[in-house]
Design a protein around this ligand. Structure first.
Ligand SMILES: NC(=O)c1ccc[n+]([C@@H]2O[C@H](COP(=O)([O-])OP(=O)(O)OC[C@H]3O[C@@H](n4cnc5c(N)ncnc54)[C@H](OP(=O)(O)O)[C@@H]3O)[C@@H](O)[C@H]2O)c1
Length: 292
């Protein structure tokens, strides 16, 4: 049976990686909408626009992702990340369509935590972005039943804006770089996340597996170790210094430890998730320094 998937937020990292996968799924019709096709900040436009389109699934890759700016732009962040998602969920329910929505490791922020978070752990977000993502989770799970909420972490890609490309740009300019060494997480290649999203949707009886899932590349590191690996794998000599979070002065708080336990998704999909360094290598092979 052919199915149709509407991807919202198609020009971001994850949306772009889903576009790359389109040809691998000949029995699925994809429609990609960027912000110019649907602006989630314009709440009144969402329902009429979505009701005029047919689809079996929405994959919502759109989000307000400027974690630090969100401290100032809380209203806009909540509108896009929570209120708009509520309308999308209502439309999906009305059309008996499924919804894939992405959340974040930042919904967890437990002091002293040293073991990976499982899906049922208590949420403890700090900062406006993290709180808005938690609100979306609550709204989706209260409105509808056929959904995948996929929490992920430290996403990068050869597309869009991310830590990997920022590090490479700074290295190219020979600027000394300071990176925090006391926040631990799992870098996640958006291409892997896009693939695993499709694995969930393409399963027989996909909707029977509805619920919250954690997906991240396997293993973990600090941002400093992540930066070290980027430079090592790209063969770059960089003046790199480890600093504590207290020296970085970010506007929004970040969890010291936000590693996600991915057992549930690995069991449901019956596959192994690549190690973060292997996926980083794959991504770096697609990034041409001269084009940054
Ligand atoms: N990046 C991470 O480290 C990370 C970690 C965990 C979870 N997540 C979650 O994973 C999902 C995908 O993240 P990503 O890294 O792919 O994000 P991204 O690269 O920042 O892309 C976000 C997309 O949302 C779009 N967008 C922003 N405001 C919009 C609006 N008002 N209306 C419509 N579209 C709008 C952006 O459009 P423009 O291109 O026009 O700006 C962009 O295409 C998000 O839900 C994010 O919260 C991200």
């Amino acid at each position: 049976m052919r199915i149709k998937i509407l991807v919202i937020g198609s020009s971001g990292q994850l949306g772009s990686e889903l576009k790359v996968l389109e040809n691998h799924f000949p029995s699925i019709d994809f429609v990609f909408w960027s912000r110019k096709d649907l602006d989630l900040a314009d709440l009144a436009s969402i329902k009429p626009k979505l009701m005029s389109e047919e689809f079996d699934w929405i994959i919502n890759c759109a989000a307000y992702t400027k974690v630090d700016f969100a401290e100032q732009e809380n209203t806009l962040c909540t509108t896009i990340n929570a209120d708009a998602v509520g309308i999308i969920a209502e439309v999906c329910k009305q059309k008996t369509a499924g919804l894939v929505h992405y959340s974040t490791d930042y919904v967890f922020h437990q002091a002293g935590r040293l073991t990976p978070y499982v899906e049922s752990d208590l949420l403890s977000p700090k900062g406006q972005y993290a709180i808005s993502k938690m609100k979306a989770e609550e709204i989706i799970s209260s409105v509808m039943t056929d959904y995948f909420i996929i929490r992920s972490s430290w996403i990068y890609s050869s597309f869009g804006h991310n830590f990997v490309k920022t590090m490479l740009r700074l290295a190219k300019k020979k600027i000394p770089i300071k990176v925090v060494d006391d926040q631990i997480g799992s870098p996640t290649y958006a291409a892997d996340l896009a693939q695993w999203t499709m694995k969930l949707i393409a399963m027989d009886n996909a909707k029977s597996n509805s619920g919250i899932y954690h997906f991240a590349n396997q293993g973990n590191c600090s941002w400093f170790q992540f930066a070290q690996s980027i430079f090592e794998l790209k063969g770059l000599e960089v003046d790199l210094t480890a600093i504590p979070t207290s020296e970085f002065n970010a506007a929004a708080p970040r969890p010291e430890y936000s590693v996600l336990d991915t057992s549930k998704i690995r069991t449901v999909v019956s596959d192994q998730i690549p190690l973060w360094r292997d996926s980083l290598k794959n991504c770096l092979s697609l990034i041409n320094l001269d084009e940054l």
